[in-house]
Design a protein around this ligand. Structure first.
Ligand code: 2NL
Length: 359
């Protein structure tokens, strides 16, 4: 702390008010301080802090001494006043010189204009479809499902035949895919991973299977020839249609929000019977009807059903003993429903202006 503050330190008031010797000593100390601190200031902000400390109108320490000259005996005022003014002028000159140096330095570093605003850094983030996959799997993990993966190149048996879809079945045609060699193809859904899981393990089974799938589809607003899928499979003794509906409705509430309603519409898949399309109340308008749900208040999020007994026979499970359910969803479609994205191609163009909205 400085010594010339109100009533403390060496510049205590004397009978005349204040001792000239104390003010002179304080001024000499302030001059040394100015000579050391000002040239060492590294930034304009630091320099300004020193200026306020020494010369600030209210709290400045040199200012405070000047203010107290009137307390000196009249004969001592001119000498101390002159010294105070000299110290103030010296500090001011040092401040101006250092300010000029700092300004020049800022402009001169490597010939760059350092006063230009900086370039904003890019924020890295997972792709919106990856975010959806992680979240969906996290919800199913909380519901007791294990996450498994499997090969993207498969045989026709794993991709079609084991799933009760003979190669001349219309469903095999609808899921036409890319062939790598005779009988070897890029999987058209992740179901072959569930077939492999059932062949390798006895029930109970609760798995979710995320991964890339491929179809000979046009690349248009609602189709991509390479896309992510998440399928799920539950097999145990005594699994009923209620055991099928409840966890899928719970998934919808956890993923889209607690007030989300679900509806199961009859549908057809060769590997489930009965089969359903699962709709949720539109996550964007809450069911009132908007552009994204085409005014219906509902959005389709997955296909599902009770596992067909023929599938159990194909993997050596006794269909009289075991029942189960399965479902499949497209995370890109889910991302479109959730964020109101009108065209699936936006998700696969790697356009940073689009993607950074999800960072
Ligand atoms: C859809 C429909 C579905 C399945 C996938 C499945 C798998 C096995 C057995 C029975 Cl191993 N079913 N998967 C069942 C129903 C629907 O997906 O629209 N996916 C995007």
């Amino acid at each position: 702390m400085s010594g010339e503050g109100q009533g403390s330190g060496p510049a205590r008031p004397s009978a005349e008010g204040v001792a000239a010797a104390d003010l002179i000593r304080a001024l000499a100390a302030l001059e040394r301080e100015a000579e050391e601190a000002i040239p060492a200031a590294a930034t304009p902000d630091e320099l300004e802090a020193i200026r306020v400390r020494l010369l600030g109108r209210r709290e400045g320490r040199i200012t405070a001494i000047l203010r107290r000259l009137g307390e000196l005996p009249p004969g001592e005022r001119p000498a101390v006043g002159a010294l105070a003014n000299r110290v103030k002028a010296a500090a001011t000159a040092l401040l101006e010189a250092r300010a000029a140096e700092l300004a020049a330095g800022a402009r001169e570093v490597a010939g760059e204009d350092l006063t230009l605003p900086g370039r904003a850094r890019w924020i890295g983030a997972a792709h919106p479809v990856t975010q959806v996959i992680e979240e969906v799997c996290a919800v199913f993990r909380a519901l007791g499902f294990t996450r498994v993966r499997g090969p993207e190149a498969e045989t026709e048996w794993y991709n079609f035949v084991a799933l009760n879809t003979p190669l001349d079945h219309p469903a095999a045609d609808m899921q036409d895919t890319f062939y790598l060699a005779d009988g070897i193809l890029l999987r058209s859904h992740t179901s072959p991973v569930q077939i492999r899981t059932m062949l390798a393990h006895r029930p109970p089974i609760r798995v979710v299977v995320p991964g890339m799938c491929y179809r000979r589809d046009p690349f248009d607003a609602s189709h991509a020839p390479a896309f992510e899928q998440i399928e799920g499979l539950v097999v145990d003794e005594g699994i009923t249609f209620v055991d099928f509906k409840a966890p899928l409705a719970e998934f919808a509430r956890r993923f889209f929000g607690p007030r989300t309603a679900t509806r199961f519409r009859p549908s057809y898949f060769p590997f489930t019977e009965p089969s359903a399309e699962v709709d949720v109340s539109c996550p964007l308008c809450g069911g009132a009807g908007c552009r994204t749900c085409k005014g219906t208040g509902w959005m389709e999020i997955m296909g599902a059903g009770m596992v067909h007994p023929a599938v159990f026979e194909n993997v050596g499970y006794d269909p009289e003993r075991y029942t189960g359910f399965a479902f499949g969803m497209g995370p890109a479609r889910i991302a479109m429903a959730r964020y109101g994205i009108p065209d699936i191609r936006l998700l696969y163009e790697a356009d940073a202006r689009f993607l950074e909205q999800f960072a």
